[in-house]
Design a protein around this ligand. Structure first.
Ligand code: ADP
Ligand code: MG
Length: 270
């Protein structure tokens, strides 16, 4: 793309957001869990999502990754509307649900790491990391093995590749889970409380890997209660409560919250 078009496309000559969330709602039965979320995530940045249990943080991540369908609103990933296609009927655009293949293609841009690592217990670390590239990405086994080795080295597990999950600490298992997500070469990584299930002494090694992945330029959205990590690594802080974004800003808002609700929440976690 030449300079002029790039400038036009981006408006200001800057980058387009990697994720745009516009007035998103989610209703489960009679529960209105997300009530109009608006959020932008710039490429190569880290957004930390904070908030009390039940505020809708996991649901938001699951909508971004299309593990759930939204009730209303739009989510764009890399400029592309997720889940739907706009069809121009001549009488204005109509939305049509994407088929499974198109959704799988959109989802392949996003890697996700959960609180529980969900590794396959009967497979070694290496086999766990190779699994999706071979069976989903249709990568030849020898290439997938090389890639998995590289990703396990990246998370500092070069000497644990042939261990089974039960032979690894929780921190090591979570690092395998991160390597497994990275092996699919996502543009965006979502982390849902990746250290909440870990013994305190194992939290640091996982946060260290996440910090390194961030420094390598990954776009990340991280739900976490680790305020030190949020303050030091995230460019954007989002505080959610009861399905809305109550407060949003740079990492300074952790030390200088603008709302009573965020201040109150910080007292419970700091
Ligand atoms: P958080 O991650 O901030 O703790 P969640 O997004 O997990 O919050 O949940 C927000 C609310 O949505 C909770 O009240 C939860 O019970 C409800 N919820 C989440 N997933 C479902 C589901 N699949 N079906 C029904 N209710 C759900
Ligand atoms: Mg959650």
């Amino acid at each position: 793309m030449d300079e002029d078009r790039q400038t036009k496309k981006d408006g200001q000559g800057g980058k387009d957001p990697a994720i745009v969330i516009r007035n998103v709602h989610k209703v489960f039965g009679d529960q209105h869990v997300l009530r109009g979320i608006n959020l932008e995530v710039m490429p190569g940045t880290v957004t930390a999502v904070l908030g009390p249990s039940g505020s809708g943080k996991s649901t938001l991540l699951r909508l971004i990754n299309q593990l759930e369908t939204r009730t209303a609103g739009e989510i764009y990933v890399d400029g592309e509307l997720t889940g739907y296609r706009e069809i121009d009927t001549g009488k204005g655009p109509v939305l049509e649900t994407l088929d499974d293949k198109a959704i799988a293609r959109q989802r392949s841009k996003i890697g996700m790491v959960f609180q529980r690592f969900n590794l396959f217990p009967h497979m070694t670390a290496l086999e766990n990391v190779m699994e999706a590239p071979v069976h989903v990405g249709r990568v030849p086994k020898s290439d997938a093995r090389k890639e998995a080795q590289a990703q396990l080295e990246r998370v500092g597990l070069e000497d644990r590749m042939d261990y089974y999950p039960a032979q690894l600490s929780g921190g090591q298992q979570q690092r395998v889970a991160i390597a497994r997500a990275l092996a699919m070469h996502p543009d965006i990584m979502l982390f849902d409380e990746p250290t909440s299930a870990l013994d305190p002494e194992l939290v640091g090694e996982v946060l260290g890997v996440m910090r390194q992945v961030a420094q390598q330029g990954m776009t990340m959205v991280v739900v976490t209660h680790e305020m030190g990590f949020a303050r030091e690594v995230a460019e954007q802080i989002v505080f959610m409560d009861q399905g809305v974004v109550v407060e949003q800003g740079g990492p300074d808002i952790i030390d200088h919250p603008h709302t009573e609700r965020f201040a109150g929440f910080l007292h419970t976690v700091l």
